[in-house]
Design a protein around this ligand. Structure first.
Ligand code: NAP
Length: 518
């Protein structure tokens, strides 16, 4: 069992008791009393909060962290040792002692003595680095076990990059519930969730945002509702969105809602992959050489869609011809026919959203005049889709060379963005980021140029109803929203990931709810 543990970090007894009550109510499986957070911590205060914690029936860890390893209030070593010893005597299930202190004679020996007298209390030996990963992680665990073989060895380090998490995963693979390996910071978030699959002794979550005791800690609510940690086990398969930034992506909410609805043992993670091609390649190499992690697929977005295509190309994996044509991959499936499969669902998503709104088939787009504003990643997918079905496409872009290059690739026309007021088109698609949050009052096409006969498609989905779409509605034009496109492409992705159906209603509801609250 991997205990979902909530640190109790109140400054006084009352707030500790409140935190204990809310942790128990929220479904914590273990409590860690961070006594170093108490103002004027002493044995009497420990007694009171330990009693309240034990009253919940949950296992309790007593910790009095050294300031050198992230502790609060710079407590003297003697006081910290006294609190740990008293914790053992008062019946704590575990105490957490920094390894560096434990190996100091006048510290560790006294703790060992009281532990020997109270064999029910277990020892966690811990080591922290809030700045960077440890150079040789395996060596630290080996040292800890050699000093105290029955200890649970816990190491927490700052991950500078998501690739720093894999050393911790290797440790958990080797030692399972005798170990805890936590990567702190945004890049390390997945280590807190995946710990459950890998059978770590515990993982931490906070009561809420204000009660985090380490960078990157996730709230218990998110752990349970978004990542469904309670039902996670060694068979869980992982998916995720590779992006930078990734914090505001709605994809985890959307795909996890669909996995839950279909009762699939799958969890979708936010994967912050900073850097360029090298870091992206390293991440995928890390994942693919550790099949036991259970990663089965990825959504890929800014800035890695071309990196994904190149990765699959260089490894000789299968890339859907549509994605080759577009020059970008937004979906990677791992393990279909023992291979990596690269696809682009923006293409199908955009075409589905457009034809559904127009009430026509894809074939009926043939001969329609389409103006595409923008020449970036999304424009490539949409231009490819429209050109494939025989629409007459003109690309308008701020940077003319890009418009020209895209037009050449797909045998289309091109023009300057300023010329759009003179455009002659049935369908106008905004593929620029103009109108996206926070610049919600901006629009790539002034309302006075929109006619009732136009179909206006805005790929921007944040906000859901952009200025362009509002103007189009006022002008009596047909509209297609970026949210519709997002839903359609996510449906395609879900089908590729699961090789099965997508619960459409759940997907739609999850996207609209996530966008409304983003
Ligand atoms: P991208 O590759 O960075 O391309 C951005 C495009 O917007 C370029 O053509 C750029 O012109 C243009 N642009 C940006 N700011 C501009 C400005 N102030 N004035 C004029 N042109 C400007 O981005 P992308 O991946 O194609 O994404 C574009 C939009 O599509 C984003 O808003 C994104 O949210 C949306 N999107 C929607 C979905 C969906 O499912 N609905 C999926 C993916 C993306 P230059 O070439 O001159 O720089």
């Amino acid at each position: 069992m991997t205990y979902l543990t909530i640190p109790i970090c109140g400054k006084d007894i009352l707030s500790c008791k409140e935190q204990i009550a809310s942790a128990a109510k929220a479904g914590a499986e273990m409590l860690e009393l961070r006594t170093d957070y108490l103002i004027s911590a002493d044995v009497n205060k420990l007694k009171e909060i330990l009693f309240a914690a034990k009253h919940t029936g949950l296992p309790v860890i007593v910790t009095c962290r050294d300031a050198e390893q992230g502790g609060q209030n710079k407590l003297h070593a003697n006081l910290r040792k006294q609190i740990l010893i008293e914790g053992v005597k008062l019946g704590a299930d575990l105490i957490d002692c920094e390894f560096a202190n434990f190996v100091r004679d006048n510290f560790g020996k006294d703790i060992e003595k009281v532990l020997d007298e109270h064999p029910k209390t277990k020892l966690i030996l811990s080591e922290h680095n809030f700045k960077e990963p440890f150079e040789d992680l395996a060596e630290i665990y080996e040292e800890m076990y050699s000093v105290r073989p029955d200890a649970i060895a816990k190491v927490a380090y700052h991950a500078n990059h998501i690739n720093d998490c894999f050393a911790g995963f290797d440790i958990l693979r080797e030692y399972g519930d005798k170990a805890v390996a936590i990567c702190m910071g945004q890049a390390g978030i997945i280590s807190r969730i995946m710990a459950k699959k890998l059978g770590a002794f515990l993982t931490f979550a906070s009561n809420d945002e204000s009660q985090k005791t380490a960078p990157g800690q996730i709230s218990i609510d998110k752990m349970k509702k978004l990542y469904r940690i309670d039902s996670m086990n060694s068979d869980t398969q992982f998916f995720g969105v590779i992006a930078d930034p990734v914090g505001h992506s709605i994809s985890p909410a959307v795909h996890n809602a669909c996995f839950a609805a279909k009762k699939l043992n799958c969890v979708y993670l936010p994967l912050l992959v900073t850097g360029g091609k090298n870091e992206f390649d390293e991440f995928l190499n890390n994942v693919t050489k550790r099949k036991w992690l259970g990663f089965k697929g990825f959504s890929v977005t800014i800035p890695h869609k071309v990196n994904a295509l190149e990765y699959a190309n260089e490894k000789g994996e299968y890339i859907d011809p549509v994605a080759v044509n577009i020059g970008a991959v937004n979906t990677l499936a791992i393990g279909i026919n023992e291979r990596i499969t690269g696809c682009n669902t923006d293409y199908a998503g955009a075409m589905d959203a457009l034809t559904e709104a127009m009430g026509i088939s894809k074939k009926q787009l043939k001969g329609k005049k389409a103006a595409c504003l923008g020449a970036g990643g999304v424009a490539r997918a949409i231009v490819a889709g429209l050109a494939d079905v025989g629409a007459i496409v003109t690309i308008y872009n701020r940077t003319m060379e890009k418009a020209e290059g895209l037009a050449k690739d797909f045998k289309c026309h091109f023009g300057e963005l300023e010329k759009i007021k003179d455009l002659d088109a049935d369908i106008i698609v905004n593929c620029t980021s103009i109108g996206m949050h926070p610049n919600v009052d901006e629009s790539p096409l002034p309302g006075k140029f929109i006619k009732p006969s136009h179909v206006i498609f805005d790929t921007v989905y944040n906000p859901m109803e952009t200025q362009l779409l509002q103007d189009a509605k006022k002008a009596g034009a047909k509209t297609v929203s970026g949210a519709e496109m997002f839903i359609c492409q996510a449906v395609e992705q879900f089908k590729i990931f699961t090789q099965g159906d997508c619960p459409m209603d759940v997907m739609r509801k999850a996207v609209l709810e996530a966008l409304a609250s983003s």
